[in-house]
Design a protein around this ligand. Structure first.
Ligand SMILES: [Zn+2]
Length: 219
């Protein structure tokens, strides 16, 4: 686990990168994606956190590398609230979507979980502790992909998990939507980008360059 800035942590990588925000209040700990290995989340204990204090988990989309550990997370913190976009919700909540979650690709059995909230709006805000988490609908990689933006101190932090794609018919990917979505992310002018597979980018310029690079190669 690595501290990125105050109250923002890169928990580790299992399938995808898992990030955590500490609200420092009764809002508890907030995860962005769950990854595949609950052991990584358990290891936050070594840094003085209590995994049962994880109260919220934003799921950026329905792919197995981002959601496999959700049912294990529920077992350690039964009150955790999961959020995902409506258009990716069925594969997260129901059985029989192994193609959409890519569980069949990975050869993994997915245990569906119940969402606390199916996000429907283009932009939705969630006030947790002292922070406002903004969910932005960014379809492209999947129809229900979301990105999360939160201001931590004076830094605008963007969780843009699968900016790089890939784009596949079986995911119902859409490159036209993708271009529009990435423009929305550029408009945020984030200072820090926490990406799902390629690390953390820590300056507004690096964030912009990273997003633009993928926009250009996927035109
Ligand atoms: Zn994905």
């Amino acid at each position: 686990m690595r501290k990125i800035i105050d109250n923002l942590y890169h928990v580790g990588d299992s399938g995808c990168s898992i990030f955590m925000v500490n609200s420092g209040t009764e809002g508890g700990l907030i995860l962005i994606d769950c990854g595949m290995d609950i052991g990584l989340i358990q290891k936050t204990k070594n840094e003085g956190f209590k995994p049962r204090n994880i109260k919220h988990c934003f799921l950026t989309h329905c792919h197995i590398d981002h959601i496999a550990a959700c049912s294990d997370l529920l077992a350690i913190t039964p009150d955790v609230k999961f959020y995902a976009h409506e258009l990716d919700a069925d594969p997260i909540e129901k059985k029989g979507f192994d193609n959409k979650t890519a569980a069949s690709w990975y050869g993994v059995k997915y245990q569906p979980i119940k969402l606390f909230k199916r996000i429907k709006e283009e932009v939705e805000e969630f006030s947790i502790g002292n922070y406002i988490f903004k969910s932005i609908h960014t379809p492209g990689h999947t129809p229900g992909s979301i990105s999360i933006y939160v201001k931590l101190g004076d830094k605008g932090v963007l969780f843009g998990q699968d900016i790089h794609g890939p784009f596949m018919e079986s995911f119902s990917s859409n490159l036209e939507d993708y271009q529009k979505s990435m423009q929305k992310l550029l408009n945020l002018n984030a200072d820090i980008l926490c990406e799902g597979h390629f690390g953390v980018f820590e300056s507004a310029e690096k964030v912009r360059k990273y997003i633009k690079g993928y926009m250009e190669s996927n035109r």
